[in-house]
Design a protein around this ligand. Sequence first.
Ligand code: SAM
Length: 239
Amino acid sequence: MNERELLAQGALLLGIELDQKQINQLLRYKELLLEWNQKLNLTAITDDREIITKHFLDCLTVNKATNMKDIKTLIDIGTGAGFPGLVIKIVYPHIDIILVDALNKRLNFLNEVIRELKLEKISCVHSRAEDLGKKEEYREAFDMCASRAVANLAVLSEYTLPFVKQGGYLLALKGQKLDEELEQGSKAIQILGGKLEEIVDATVPFTELNHRIAKIIKVNKTAKKYPRKAGEPTKNPLG
Ligand code: SAM
């Protein structure tokens, strides 16, 4: 199976039909990732096929947790090299997306991909989540926050839930330690106005990886005092 088939077949297994433009964009994104990775530390995965499976298809497991067609605005906190937010943008171009990361160098890479692929309705913000979450224009402004590999759920909830509208969702792409994280994080989720709605198990096509996606609905507004100042959520997790 060549790379195009790997992408297309893998996406189909997740219920997504990619068109030729999207396949071309994802493959170009992969090339740029490999190129920039020689200078910047963007990813430990450097095999072409593994980038397709363990990054691209991995991010697209979000489709198993929700109907992405209903989402209009999304924020990705701790996006790194664009996972999952930039992959979601390519596959669901109707969504308005903000990518956030505390490391500016990574944003230079993301801006280059956005320019080359001529992506619209997407922007990058260089900030810590705790600082951005205090800004009025970002608070409770998004239908969804999606995040992968940033922090445990107690900390991640404080980073992300302030951005989510009431009735919107946090999708936390997690692994096999989710139950443990939920035990430690459930109080924090509640304090921040969230409620675990569902855990969605999703196999990443053509890999041994199984994601457990925590689908957390925002039921109440987040109190103004959250997020606490930068560094505090990790030092002293809520709950
Ligand atoms: N989400 C990407 C992925 O799955 O490949 C990147 C994961 S990487 C392990 C964690 C990223 O989160 C890093 O790029 C880091 O700079 C960012 N990050 C960690 N804490 C953050 C915070 N408080 N605010 C914003 N970004 C943060």
